[in-house]
Design a protein around this ligand. Structure first.
Ligand code: ATP
Ligand code: MG
Length: 670
């Protein structure tokens, strides 16, 4: 059975797996030979990298990054777990992202196509960007910010967010971005933790058709006491009325207008800190993850070029992540610009003014590479195919996914509906801590398996181990670990070396413990099973949240699912599922029983949820990840834990109310 120009599918898999397809683990999508022929990466890259990973990374660093002082040292692991990469080299991240492209004659290339939510647009060339980052760097200097200082960034998704980050990097100051949807409280604790000197914010941003104020949250945060803050730099975005503290507050446009458009980047050592970023808080209190310059940029640029098969002069790349989380750092602010690409930045929500907004943008800018999260894909599935179908998406040639396991049903929908049944999909596993992608297929090389992140990238050593740190055999499951230092790895948790050691390095000697459960299939490909904290134990069987969720999402009525284990006197834990039904489908008396039977059929009777709750929304972080620990609190009738990174705080009350209803099902888990 042949796919339209896309290679072949093994077994009896349908050519166009529609949303109704149940799990077909044997589904394979071999690369299209035409794609492979033009791909940046060739199969030999794996053997080359594993023969001498350090030499491999050194070559990437020399080829992809411009150094002010070339390095001679590659890796110093003598202070483990704090690595030093390329330590005797010096460089500047902003110079690499901007100036060198202008110097190479590409100043006229568009770096950023900005699409504001109300429909305003900007096209910013590399030459424009150089002028902007230079003015911004001079303005920061005039406000007393210098190398090593911390700058808190609290902005909507507008070009100034990228410019602010690059301007900090240009002078060697560390940025600490706090997602614009966070409260004054969350902003305050992060300002305090990092002892920031300056906050960069905006009067507001556009969301769901309205101008949403941002500056009041900064004022509230600073009113709680923030002695290290000297100034607040405010971008004018919405023009709404804004309270002002004279002497402290400064308008961005006025500061930049007064500054010179020329600025010499500050050359820093490769290990100079680049930024602090707090994790999503899916599993607990957020950690201030510290990244440095040379290794981070190297792995960012390498992965962006090879995993997306980027052709800088012709591709139009769009990553939908907000700058508030790590994907918005590595794959919006840094990698695409370091690689000299043209990218789209969109300010608003996917359903403003209509549910076709994203697909309008793809058509308008002829986006060729799209990188988004499974939660967004499932939302689009819920909304229906008519929205993407109304637009010409034929420019797309590579699709990416990040943030959670992508359910096979969502993967096949993504490829069929968005990727015209042609495009490779790269399911990229990585974390705030890893700084850049770690496990992912390479398009043009890997035969793709929906739902699996598959293979460690060249130069990366990742494995699945058992409780005693032994690699599990193919077909086995356990804990995901990284076995070798990698260039973009975190260099610590800001201000908390002990937590750094405890969280990542104490579980298995000499291995980085990622906190995720995983399995290796019979080919040795890696499947992520969910957080280790979320793995359930039912009557002695270890069950994966990700697998049961995928089984539920493979049912034609289900758009999204979250599964948790709730304590139970007899079985240890019982499976409790929360599901959102697809658009147009109503819950009836049979729904819950039908879904339970479906899970039993897909995985086995042991995985059958004891309770299934149909809900309207799931608790998610601002980056769209389901916060299962909060659902577990609800399922076990506990007070809900730290919910400060929850995107919508009203969701938990609604869900808790639903759980107070008598169970719709009374039969046992098996
Ligand atoms: P915290 O560490 O504070 O609990 P978090 O882990 O949600 O927050 P991030 O660093 O944004 O913060 O998320 C990284 C995690 O996201 C990974 O550890 C993994 O659980 C999940 N993840 C990311 N990409 C994938 C993927 N492609 N497949 C499966 N899971 C993924
Ligand atoms: Mg994490």
């Amino acid at each position: 059975m042949t796919l339209r120009a896309g290679g072949t599918v093994t077994k009896d898999a349908p050519t166009s797996p529609g949303p109704d397809t149940t799990e077909t683990p044997e589904l394979r999508f071999p690369p299209d030979p035409a794609f492979s022929a033009q791909a940046n990466a060739h199969p030999e890259i794996y053997a080359w990298a594993s023969a001498d990973p350090e030499r491999f990374w050194a070559e990437q660093a020399r080829e992809l990054i411009t150094w002010q002082t070339p390095f001679t040292e590659v890796l110093d692991w003598s202070h483990a777990p704090v690595a030093r990469w390329f330590a005797d080299g010096s460089l500047n991240a902003c110079y690499n992202a901007v100036d060198r492209h202008v110097e190479a004659g590409n100043g006229d290339r568009v770096a950023i196509y900005f699409e504001g939510e109300p429909g305003d647009t900007r096209a910013i060339t590399y030459a424009d960007l150089q002028e902007e980052v230079s003015r911004a760097a001079n303005a920061l200097g005039a406000l007393g910010v210098t190398t090593g200082d911390r700058v808190a960034v609290y902005l909507p998704m507008i070009p100034e967010a990228v410019i602010a980050l690059l301007a900090c990097a240009r002078i060697g100051a560390l940025h600490s971005v706090v997602f614009g949807g966070f409260s004054a409280e969350a902003l305050h604790s992060r300002i305090q933790d990092a002892e920031a000197k300056l906050v960069i914010t905006a009067d507001g941003g556009y969301r769901r058709g309205a101008a949403v104020a941002l500056k009041p949250a900064v004022d509230d945060a600073l009113a709680k006491g923030a002695p290290t803050i000297q100034h607040v730099l405010v971008v004018r975005r919405t023009g709404q009325e804004t309270a002002w503290t004279p002497g402290r507050d400064v308008w961005w446009d006025e500061a930049l207008a007064a500054a010179s458009h020329q600025h010499t980047p500050v050359w820093v050592e490769a290990e100079h800190p680049l930024f602090i970023l707090y994790t999503s808080g899916t599993t607990g209190k957020p950690k201030g993850i510290l990244h440095t310059t040379g290794g981070y940029l190297t792995q960012a640029a390498f992965t962006h070029l090879n995993v997306f098969d980027l052709k800088p002069a012709t591709d139009v790349y769009w990553c939908t992540a907000d700058v508030g989380w790590v994907t918005g750092h590595t794959y919006v602010a840094y990698a695409p610009l370091v690689n000299g690409a043209t990218q789209v930045i969109y300010e608003g929500t996917p359903d403003t003014p209509t549910r076709a907004r994203w697909w309008e943008i793809v058509e308008k800018y002829k986006v060729s590479i799209l990188y988004t999260a499974p939660t967004a894909i499932r939302t689009c599935m819920k909304w229906g195919e008519e929205h993407p179908a109304a637009h010409d998406l034929s420019s797309l040639r590579v699709l990416g996914s990040v943030g959670e396991s992508i359910n096979p049903a969502a993967w096949t929908w993504y490829r069929r509906v968005i990727g015209s049944d042609l495009t490779p999909i790269v399911d990229t596993w990585w974390q705030t801590e890893t700084g850049a992608m770690m496990i992912s297929p390479l398009p043009g090389i890997t035969s793709l398996k929906p739902g699996s992140a598959q293979t460690p990238l060249p130069g990366i050593g990742a494995d699945v181990v058992d409780d005693e740190a032994h690699p599990v055999p193919d077909g086995g499951s356990g804990y995901l670990v990284v076995s070798r230092p990698w260039p973009a790895m975190l260099r610590g948790i800001w201000g908390d070396p002990e937590r750094f050691q405890d969280t990542y390095w104490s579980r298995f000697a000499g291995l980085y413990f990622a906190g995720d459960g995983a399995k290796k299939d019979d080919d040795g490909d890696i499947w992520l099973l969910g957080r280790v904290d979320d793995v359930m134990n039912v009557s002695g069987h270890r069950l994966s949240t990700a697998e049961i969720e995928s089984a539920l999402v493979s049912h034609p009525s289900v758009a999204e699912a979250a599964v948790v284990g709730a304590a139970d006197e007899t079985t240890g834990q019982v499976v409790v599922a929360f599901v959102i039904l697809r658009g147009g489908i109503e819950e009836d008396d049979g729904t819950v029983e039908e879904l339970r039977t479906h899970v039993a059929k897909e995985i086995g009777p042991i995985a059958k949820p004891k309770r299934i709750l149909v809900v309207q929304e799931l608790p998610k972080t601002r980056s769209g990840k389901i916060m299962r620990r909060l659902l577990r609190d609800v399922a076990e009738h506990r007070t809900v834990g730290d919910a400060t990174t929850l995107a919508d705080s009203s969701v938990m009350a609604l869900i808790a109310k639903g759980l107070d209803k008598p169970p719709l099902t009374t039969s046992s888990a098996t």
